[in-house]
Design a binder for this molecule. Structure first.
Ligand code: AMP
Length: 443
């Protein structure tokens, strides 16, 4: 039997905010984390976005503020949350606003890429809660606009992504600014050694909470892989999205210019889309996300970094137009669908240069992704396909030596009956759509 929110020691204004959002049952990460945070423990949480992690820390933090009232001080937040991207920071800030809407506390969010003056003015008003990306936070600390001396609770969210994005030095500098006496909460979707080491410098006798083992794919997602020649990927994507009809779709590309090109192409094809990536201005990113959230556009084409932390309800479909270089990213990407217990689909396009990446992913999630052979562009993987190496190298290696980059022979192209029909655009008549024949992709 699941527990309900009523049984957690949260005050009525918070309970009421939860009721108004129709939250009745805490998610597993909330059930585990909330009591520890309320008791004042440090927490090390292994959880992906989409598991309800934000409320897992935001609710007990609001409760702490409520139970320990203190006069508001300019520039001196009581709670600091750091997050790797602007989008995630905004979402966390919005969540504090939603869960704390009946409480007298202020939350502010600061991030780079926009003018600092409105942020500085907001800090003067003494928000209890500050959500920040690392660079702008350090800038404003350096200029004397923020003091962390009286901080009570420090949260680091998506720590693994923080390191992937090269924020390690910034994070270390921020840690040096924190008072010794504090409560620290540390969340990461994966727990490689580098993360455990970083957590060791932040946390004191932490309680460990974990909702899914690292790199386990969200169970409710209907995953499939389409083998396709790289030249046909765009046509296949167009076909997939046309068939999907309504519902929101998030498409991931490896590179920014590809994201632009795809979104322009889809728009021309009568499916209005927007691209979101690190080269887009903050206002363009916010607009694209708002249009997507509101359903004004049905398709968002994103690179990994920009998409990290996107929490949009109603994404039915995630398409990996390019497979991610890092196997862990696969889990994050497909986790954008099937949010908060709903169901979703994830389709990955795997071309002749991506067979190795697919194998890495399958090894990582410890299962095979079923192959969909029913689309018009199916191409059987060829024995020579699989030794590609993409630039950037970081394929989840962490120096463990030979994580199956190549070789591993065996079983190539197995499972995939249909034969023939390689490349080209053949087989225009296979219209009984996209329920993948559940075959193991043992290329
Ligand atoms: P997060 O992992 O924090 O990004 O949350 C994922 C989504 O789940 C968000 O849209 C939340 O609003 C939603 N959510 C979080 N906790 C619950 C809950 N206990 N019941 C229903 N939805 C929730």
């Amino acid at each position: 039997m699941s527990i309900t929110f009523d049984s957690l020691a949260l005050s009525e204004p918070i309970q009421s905010a939860l009721r108004s959002r129709d939250y009745t049952v805490p998610s597993p990460i909330q059930e585990q984390t909330i009591p520890f945070v309320l008791e004042g423990h440090d927490v090390m949480g292994c959880a992906q976005t989409g598991t309800g992690k934000t409320a897992a820390f935001a609710l007990p933090i609001l409760e702490h503020l409520l139970k320990n009232e203190r006069k508001r001080q300019p520039k001196s937040p009581r709670v600091l949350v750091i997050a790797p991207t602007r989008e995630l920071a905004i979402q966390i800030h919005d969540s504090f606003g939603a869960y704390g809407k009946q409480l007298p506390f202020r939350s502010e969010v600061i991030f780079g890429g926009v003018g600092q003056n409105p942020q500085v003015r907001a800090l003067q008003k003494g928000p209890e809660i500050l959500v920040a990306t690392p660079g702008r936070l350090l800038d404003l600390i350096g200029q004397g606009h923020i003091s962390l001396r009286t901080l009570e609770i420090f949260v680091i969210d998506e720590a693994d992504r923080m390191l992937d994005m090269g924020f390690i030095h910034d994070v270390k500098k921020i840690i040096r600014e924190l008072p010794k006496q504090r409560q620290s909460l540390f969340f990461s979707a994966t727990m490689p050694d580098s993360i455990i080491e970083l957590a060791g410098t932040i946390l004191r006798s932490p309680k460990h909470v974990e909702v899914t083992p690292p790199a386990t794919t969200v169970e409710k997602i209907d995953q499939s892989v389409c083998h396709v020649a790289s030249d046909n990927k765009r046509s296949l994507l167009t076909e997939i999205l046309k068939e999907q009809g309504s519902g929101l779709a998030l498409v991931f590309t490896g590179m920014k210019h590809v994201a632009n090109r795809i979104s322009e192409h889809l728009t021309k094809e009568g499916m209005p889309a927007a691209a979101i990536h690190g080269n887009k201005s903050q206002s363009a990113r916010v607009r694209a996300l708002e249009d997507f959230r509101s359903g004004k556009i049905r398709i968002l084409v994103a690179t990994d970094i920009a998409a990290r932390g996107i929490d949009v309800k109603g994404i039915d479909l995630v398409v990996n137009y390019d497979l991610p270089n890092e196997p862990d990213s696969y889990v994050h990407r497909i986790g954008r669908t099937a949010r908060a217990g709903s169901e979703g689909r994830a389709i990955s396009l795997c071309d002749e240069k991506s067979q190795g990446l697919l194998r890495q992913i399958e090894k990582n999630i410890r299962t095979s992704v079923p192959i969909d052979t029913t689309h018009d562009f199916h191409r059987d993987p060829q024995p020579g396909d699989r030794d590609e190496k993409r630039s950037g190298g970081n394929r989840g290696g962490r120096g463990q030596g030979g994580r199956g980059q190549n070789s591993r022979g065996g079983n190539s192209r197995g499972g995939n009956s249909r034969g023939g029909n390689s490349g080209g655009g053949g087989n225009r008549n296979s219209r009984n759509r996209r329920r993948p024949g559940r075959q193991a992709s043992s290329v």
